[in-house]
Design a protein around this ligand. Sequence first.
Ligand SMILES: [Zn+2]
Length: 77
Amino acid sequence: MKITKTYDWQGEDFRYDAECEHCGHVLANQPGKDDYHFYNQAVPAMECPNCHQSSTLQSSEEPLPPIAPEHDPNITK
Ligand SMILES: [Zn+2]
């Protein structure tokens, strides 16, 4: 799955909509957390409830660039 939209931010916590790259199935209003592991490991490994595939099965394609958390404490502004 991949995140298409985030909203209702409260600190590091937010709600999100995610879409399946394989069948286009949309999961709406899911709880998320703004950290590197969530964006780059938890979400891509999430299994689509419709076709039961995850993003990590796309081994033949280029890996997606890492997504940086918006509230990453390691990022100094
Ligand atoms: Zn799917």
